[in-house]
Write a new protein. Structure first.
Ligand SMILES: Cc1cc2nc3c(=O)[nH]c(=O)nc-3n(C[C@H](O)[C@H](O)[C@H](O)COP(=O)(O)OP(=O)(O)OC[C@H]3O[C@@H](n4cnc5c(N)ncnc54)[C@H](O)[C@@H]3O)c2cc1C
Length: 453
């Protein structure tokens, strides 16, 4: 036994090391051309779709990603099942709904479904949430990667983009802009610092790296936070500071220690100064230091320290009926009939009497002290300001040839497939507009673009 254990421990790191070596070998064999029409920075959900759409429109596309493989971020979504869209993709579910409505255009769901069906992905639906039929996020990633390769895009992983800037002197006299230079680091032993020229650049770096340094004025200037590693040199792209959303809520309510790990189907209402701000129905997960689960994630989009979450633990049951049942059977037995027994123990111990206990079941108050586990938030709010972008094309106003999509843009929605739907839709809009613009630049023979063979 001891030998087996030691052997396993010894083999695991070696397995990881050889996998890394394999991926580094594969990445280093990808040839990145010195020039292309459209360079997509970030090959996650939005970037892959932008790359596919641009390449299918005839553009020469390079997708640079700092990860070991493009599309890896998709694998963790939906608990590995990838909830890729929602039956109700109303723009009102997002921040900046007016912008989102214009950017997503008419009938976004039909276009998302058609895109994936054309990619060869079979789909299924659960309570309005759309998943791959395989219930495996890997299916989504795989069909996107293979469609991008079929379309002729160069997928170049292990390349971390550090700098995007306009090629010196390339702004044409007619006011249109020439090419952009994209400088990146090859992230393998012996890899170096490289750059390419592109007619257009699509920023699709997601929420965590958040694309660029934020200067004092919220611009893409050089004096920004050191943690942001991609600099948009000289490019005027206003951005909004980042904040995590879709994460648990923190609370110091003492009873939570006894409820840790219990789940309940409930209606949760976020209240500020005694007034309701929003309600969500669904599953809440009690944690010792707060509330998790999908409803809490959704409330985290608006919650602040000082708010209260009022949980209706028995939705659909009238308070009077709960009280009557308690009078007839006693609190423990009555509540056991409606709730997880561990939760009913806590409720029964908190109040004396049928009416107060029934009230507690209908309104269990959890004071909010802030957000929790923010380092694992599903989405970052903030990024490139929607005011800086054309809603139709997602091109930066005043910076021709520079586009953005996905979570790099200051757009977020609730749980349920909304954020990936935005990634796909915005990727399609940016990718097709970038291809159009790159083609018109190439036709005009602008500097910075390699000619077509
Ligand atoms: C655990 C988890 C589960 C989720 N589940 C769901 C779900 O089921 N449904 C849903 O709708 N949403 C879900 N989301 C949110 C969803 O994953 C994101 O909104 C979506 O992936 C955003 O797509 P994106 O392409 O903008 O960013 P990402 O998918 O994050 O891709 C960004 C890419 O850019 C690359 N990159 C970043 N910086 C650089 C750089 N400087 N140079 C080169 N490459 C760079 C990264 O490596 C990455 O591949 C989940 C999020 C998390 C964290």
């Amino acid at each position: 036994m001891a030998t087996l254990g030691t052997g396993r421990q010894a083999r695991r790191p070696k397995g990881r090391a050889s996998e890394r070596a394999r991926l580094e070998g594969a990445a280093s064999r990808v040839e990145v051309p010195p020039a292309c029409d459209v360079c997509v920075v970030g090959g996650g959900a939005a970037g892959l779709v932008a790359g596919i759409v641009a390449a299918e429109a005839g553009a020469r596309v390079v997708v640079l990603d700092r990860g070991a493989e493009c599309g890896r971020t998709i694998l963790a979504t939906g608990g590995g099942r990838c909830n890729l869209a929602n039956r109700d993709l109303a723009a009102s579910r997002y921040v900046h709904p007016g912008f989102v409505a214009q950017a997503m255009g008419a009938d976004p769901l039909a276009r998302v479904l058609a895109f994936f069906e054309e990619s060869g992905l079979f789909l299924t639906e659960e309570e309005g949430r759309i998943y791959p039929k395989s219930l495996s996020a890997a299916s989504v990633r795989d069909v996107l990667v293979s469609r991008a390769l079929r379309a002729g895009a160069t997928l170049a992983p292990l390349r971390e983009t550090r700098l995007v800037r306009r090629v010196a002197g390339a702004r044409a006299t007619d006011g249109s802009a020439g090419g952009l230079e994209v400088a990146f680091d090859e992230l393998w032993a012996g890899g170096g610092w490289r750059s390419l020229r592109a007619g257009c650049v699509v920023l699709a770096t997601g929420g965590t790296s958040s694309t660029a340094r934020v200067g004092a004025a919220g611009r893409g200037t050089a004096q920004g936070a050191a943690s942001h590693r991609l600099e948009l040199e000289g490019l005027d792209v206003p951005r909004v500071p980042l904040e995590p959303v879709l994460c648990p809520l923190a609370s110091d309510l003492a009873e939570l220690a006894c409820l840790d790990g219990r789940r309940v189907r409930c209606v949760a209402t976020l209240e500020r100064d005694g007034k309701p701000l929003m309600s969500e129905a669904g599953e809440a997960l009690f944690r010792a230091h707060g509330l998790s689960g999908i409803v809490s994630f959704d409330l985290s989009r608006k919650a602040k320290a000082g708010d209260v979450v009022a949980l209706d633990l028995v939705p659909g049951v009238a308070e009077g009926d709960v009280a009557a049942s308690i009078r007839r059977l006693g609190a423990r037995v009555a509540l056991d009939g409606m709730l997880d027994p561990e939760i009913s123990v806590v409720l029964a111990s908190m109040r004396q009497g049928a009416a107060p206990t029934a009230r507690l079941a209908k309104r269990f108050e959890v004071p909010v002290t802030g957000l929790a586990e923010t380092e694992r938030a599903q989405v970052m709010r903030g990024g490139i300001s929607v005011d800086a972008l054309s809603p139709e094309t997602l091109e930066a106003c005043g910076e021709p040839g520079l586009f953005a999509c996905g979570e790099a843009v200051d757009v977020d929605g609730p749980c349920g497939g909304y954020n990936l739907a935005w990634a796909w839709m915005s990727g399609m809009a940016a990718g097709s507009a970038a291809a159009r613009e790159a083609k018109s630049k190439a036709d005009a023979g602008e500097e910075g673009l390699g000619g077509r063979p």
